[in-house]
Design a protein around this ligand. Sequence first.
Ligand code: SF4
Ligand code: SF4
Length: 82
Amino acid sequence: MSDPKELCPDELDAASGGSGAGFSHAYARVSPELCVCCGACASECPSDAPRRSGDAYEIDPDLCVACGACADACPIGAIRIS
Ligand code: SF4
Ligand code: SF4
């Protein structure tokens, strides 16, 4: 049986040498149970990081620069930067 060697994001960052190519930086995160898919975050994002995924938006951590524009725009406070 093969070993998929699944790594958590922090481990992936460590594996990449902490070069910033991983997910150790702050980025916006959507609470999917709150998101109403209004699209305001995507409209305000300068880096095209929010994408609709099913019934909620998700933020691509590789694209997010943690500017906070989406969190300011979200009408229900579903986005936090951490
Ligand atoms: S914090 Fe800024 S870059 Fe990141 S998803 Fe929100 S608007 Fe886009
Ligand atoms: S702005 Fe908020 S409610 Fe609207 S799509 Fe983005 S995360 Fe969801």
